[in-house]
Write a new protein. Sequence first.
Length: 681
Amino acid sequence: MINILENLNPQQKDAVLTTDGPVLVIAGPGSGKTRVLTHRIVHIIAEKKANPENILAVTFTNKAANEMKKRVTDLIDKMSAIDESQGSQNRNYNAYETSFPKNFPTICTFHSLCVKILREESELIGYKKDFVIFDTDDQKSLSKKIMKRLQINDEQFNPKAVLAEISKAKNELVTPQKYEVIADGFFQETVSKIYHEYQKELKQTVSFDFDDLIMQTIVLFLNHPKVLEKYQEMFRYIMVDEYQDTNYAQYKIVNLLSKKYNNIFVVGDDWQSIYKWRGADLRNILEFEKSYSGAKTILLEQNYRSTQEILDVSYGIISKNVNRKEKNLFSSKKSGQPIVVYEAADEKGEAEFIVSEIAKLNAKQGLQLKEIAILYRTNAQSRSIEETFLKYGVPYKIVGGIKFYMRKEIKDLIAYFRLIQNNNDTMSFERIVNIPKRGIGKTTYEKIISETKRTKRSVVETILNYENKDIAKKRMESLFSFADIISKSKEKSKNMKLGELLDYLIKAIDYKNYIVDGTEEGNSRWENVKELFTAVLKYNKLNAEEALKLFIEEVALASDLDSVDESQDSVTLMTLHSAKGLEYDTVFIIGLEEGILPHSMSMDSPVEIEEERRLCYVGVTRAKNRVNLIFARVRRIFGSPQANYPSRFLSDIPAHLVDMKNQGYSYLTDDYKKKDDIYYD
């Protein structure tokens, strides 16, 4: 039997052993918060003899959830205190559970949790259990269609901005009816009209968008107290990772679930709250003690990742923020190396400096490229870095590029999967009715949709039972053939593996001949389709009917970070927002200029500036041993050269921690130089 408390520091032990009542753990970067969470889960099972099924741990990415599951499984397998009669097979987690796991804690993302609940209970709020989850492309297509129907100009009202406003409303649990009452001004009044129709369409197609998953689960709980009580009984111990990133809806669902037993344990770092733009509410962590009376607060201040110099630099940056909880980060690692601040002539000089430093690190110290990250405020900043890397042959990968599941050929096949799973999915029907080409025009499509609404049948049933003579015979035959393939695929899914269903579908619609057209692009698309076969292998233990549902959920809930390939030896390029939760030996942060970091859109708001400062802090604390902060004297933005002052965050760093380097003359002006500036002793 292992000692579950072995190798934990005193504060980590305190967090693991405090199992009852509300607990707030303020965990600095690299302080072992995942270790605390996983050890606490196993301690509750082993020492308190709690049923594993009564434990819930939620986080924000599938990658983080699966890492926690793996660690818990490894710990449980080493604990002789666990009843061996359960068998290790029952204890091992399934990364893509169809429902709530047996003999194992529920460890998942917020959205995965809500999907599991809705799959069991959605009929109580008027949805079938085979609902579809809309991705961002589906949402955009639906909003454009609604705007066109309402004769709203999509140039005057950007669909992306409209969807962002609807998302904000849902994250604050504002229904279309409530939004109509509080709408202020022409933009919100227009959004209100779209929001009403948008929700009607989702309901009709038996679909939820990403924000609905949480909002509709809360609606379920509030309207059906017995259902809420069922899940309160199920989850007697609740743990939340990255609590500083929760929005109001996420706060509410945790609050509802924990209300009966009050065993709520949250881990987070207010200094790393960087998602205000997507609804994260810093007050959730800063006011935890107000929300949960008698809460215990534990500080994890020992850092196991970075050198003390890096921590001191990061503190210099974050210490200027007013809205924060104080803590003293410390590390046993001391490098003696100052942080490099480099002044480049322009963005080309910025990239050239990075290449030269990478070459030195690789040649002299044998540092692998995958241990290096280039971080930036906006995606557009990667262009000059990419061009220079290509010039010198530096292998790199970008987090946040076109995701595999967003490629056209993959979205085509997933749309087929979605329509097979949910015959009411008219958005998928619209996408694939002419893939491959079947000669179905807009008029024919609208007749089918109109008949679907009139008869309240699914789109597949409508086609197979269409009796009107208003569609040409040849088109009707094409439609019938299409619907027949969907119907047969649904039936075959009961006795096939998902890979077999995919193979059957591709042959039935002759998809290979559709995309392989003799060009390099066509061959590349077919390679992607072959990769899709690899992606579905993990579901081989299930029949295709069950696997289909899980696979579609996985695709819909995937994030950029879930696809980061850490085995490939290449430099990683990503935004500062994407970097949270990751770590590298060496980090380069580029564009440390006023107007870029901090961003120009934050300049007039002290609250926004504080978020920008936290973003910079997150970037610095990704590094284990080396940090390079880079700004340019001149940078081309939208094709025009601009000269901005160096970022105010640089002047927050104590001078003795910095090694200042520059490319040629210094751009710094006398009025910018201060007594405590990093550039002068």
